[in-house]
Design a protein around this ligand. Structure first.
Ligand code: XMP
Length: 513
């Protein structure tokens, strides 16, 4: 495997994704808490950083166990850090080196730059630059403004590059990474979905033995793939629960339950609509709604776990909780910058109370979202489930602004179903990261036939995103919006106006609450 030491760059995850795309397994670790370097580590990559090496509080780390022991690649800050600490000099550059540049000189006889074309476009993003390198450094690429675009330290497998090979604007960046992984570190390209499936089933069997596992399905991609993997590993010892909190999409409970049953899962559907509506009655504050929905879920889940345990043979009990946690959640919780500030208290199944005393098994905790989908495909899962848009845990509860009632849920479900069906029919669904309708707590005047109406407004939201952290609204064709609007106003009683949300994140968020 490859270890990526994170110095806090916004691009660190991208480095990891590029490495994984080349079918090489890698892990991100904070620079100040590196893992033990054993024989499974084939090379180390140092990420960029928002810091300058000259800042007093700039990240420092101990490279003594890595430098000259293993192939080492410094990217941007990583390259500057090595240069600064190994006898070179880093200065603030006169021009801020940001954006596209073209390599003017490339030593393509160097292993790192094999097959890189002389004029290759690269992406620069740094305020400092390496101004001097000692004699034992060999400059292997330059641009007009950046003399030391890439270097190798003689007689070592240590390299530095000041451009960012991980961003797609560095047109041949992936080749540079490939050269490092395959040519220099000697990695095997054996990190594939099929192998992941095979090894994780084996590992899960070893880890779980004859134990029983309980898992809450949400209908989403992550929990579904986690469930199928566990199912392959332990079969009927996996007990799944799917809760209808009354805040799902139209028909979702029945459809999802049905498709899970087809996949052979041992699943129990629980209708808890009334309980949730009752607890939410009159509650307007979004964070309180989240807490109530999260808390209600735990109660239902706890009851179900007891029921399941009762059905097991004498002396046998459920010992594990299965979860669909994926790598970005793990990275965020261990990152240099610490977990990001809670803007909304995103409730996931995470917060189970201590009294349940279950051990946690998370088969997907090393995977990125796109890898989860590939694993799902390798498991021959239904493409409809794998391609589903993300949907928040509190569901329509946070898409109905203000208090939630069964009637508003019905209206929103109808409008949302029309929106989503039209996106699918027009071929837009798979081009959108996430879409849904929002019930606004205002009424507006309209006219239908000769009648004055005074009814509610539905807002449509469709965004493009890589990971939900930033997002932009999707420029849906006017004709399509017009068709959807007509259909909603004509068919959903209680709605006389439809609007489209044209805000990006930041400064807005994807959900309205
Ligand atoms: P925001 O609204 O923060 O949403 O831009 C980013 C992503 O997170 C989802 N989201 C949630 N997911 N529980 C969840 O499980 C929540 O409370 C929650 N709030 C937002 C949102 O749908 C989007 O994909």
């Amino acid at each position: 495997k490859i270890i990526i030491l994170d110095f806090g760059s916004q691009y660190t995850q991208l480095i990891a994704r590029r490495v994984r795309e080349l079918s090489v397994y890698c892990e991100i670790h904070p620079y100040n808490n590196p893992p033990k370097i054993d024989s499974s580590v084939k090379g180390v990559i140092l990420s960029g950083s928002p810091f300058s090496v000259h800042q007093e509080d700039a990240p420092v780390f101990d490279y003594s166990t890595i430098y000259k022991h293993l192939p080492l690649l410094g990217v941007c800050y990583g390259a500057q850090y090595l240069a600064q600490h190994l006898g070179g000099e880093v200065k603030a550059s006169n021009v801020r080196e940001y954006g596209r540049a073209n390599l003017q000189f490339v030593d393509d006889s160097n292993l790192l730059l094999k097959n890189i074309s002389p004029n290759s476009q690269v992406w620069m993003s740094h305020g400092d630059t390496i101004s001097m390198v000692p004699d034992n450094f060999k400059i292997i690429a330059s641009t007009d403004h950046v003399k030391v675009a890439a270097y190798q330290i003689n007689d070592t497998q240590t390299y530095g590059i000041q451009f960012h090979p991980e961003v797609t604007h560095s047109i041949e960046g992936k080749t540079v990474i490939e050269n490092f992984l395959i040519g220099i570190c000697g990695c095997q390209q054996d990190w594939t979905a099929d192998i992941f499936v095979e090894t994780s089933i084996k590992n899960l069997r070893e880890q779980l033995g004859d134990d029983h596992v309980i898992l809450a399905l949400s209908g989403g991609v992550d929990s579904s793939v986690a469930a199928i993997l566990l199912h392959h590993a332990i079969g009927k010892h996996l007990h799944c629960i799917f809760v209808d909190n009354g805040l799902l999409r139209k028909g979702e409970f029945e459809q999802v339950l049905d498709s899970y049953k087809h996949m052979g899962l041992n699943i129990k559907g629980i209708d808890a609509k009334t309980k949730f509506y009752k607890q939410l009655e009159g509650v307007k504050d979004p964070e309180r709604k989240r807490k109530i929905i999260g808390g209600g879920f735990i109660e239902v889940f706890d009851d179900a776990a007891h029921e399941i345990s009762k059905e097991l043979p004498e002396g046998v009990e459920v010992k594990w909780l299965g979860q669909g946690t994926i790598y970005p959640d793990v990275i965020e919780s261990i990152s240099v910058n610490g977990p990001s500030a809670t803007i909304k208290s995103h409730h996931n199944v995470g917060g189970l109370p201590d009294f349940m005393k279950l051990k946690v098994v998370e088969p997907l905790r090393s995977l990125f979202k796109d890898e989860v989908r590939r694993v799902g495909k390798a498991l021959e899962m239904d493409p409809i489930i794998l391609g589903r848009h993300p949907f928040p845990g509190p569901g329509l509860g946070i898409r109905i602004l203000g208090d939630v009632t069964a009637d508003k849920v019905r209206i929103l479900q109808e409008a949302d179903a029309i929106f989503i069906r039209n996106l699918r029919d027009a071929g837009w669904y798979d081009q959108v990261w996430q879409a849904g309708a929002i019930f606004l707590p205002v009424q507006s005047v309209g006219v239908m036939g000769d009648e004055r109406t005074y009814e509610h407004v539905i807002c449509l939201r469709a965004v493009g995103s890589m990971d939900g952290m930033t997002a932009d609204w999707i420029h849906l064709p006017y004709d399509l919006l017009s068709k959807i609007s007509n259909e909603i106003i004509n068919h959903v009683k209680g709605i006389n106006r439809v609007v489209y949300d044209i805000s990006s994140k930041p400064p807005a968020t994807i959900e309205w609450e």
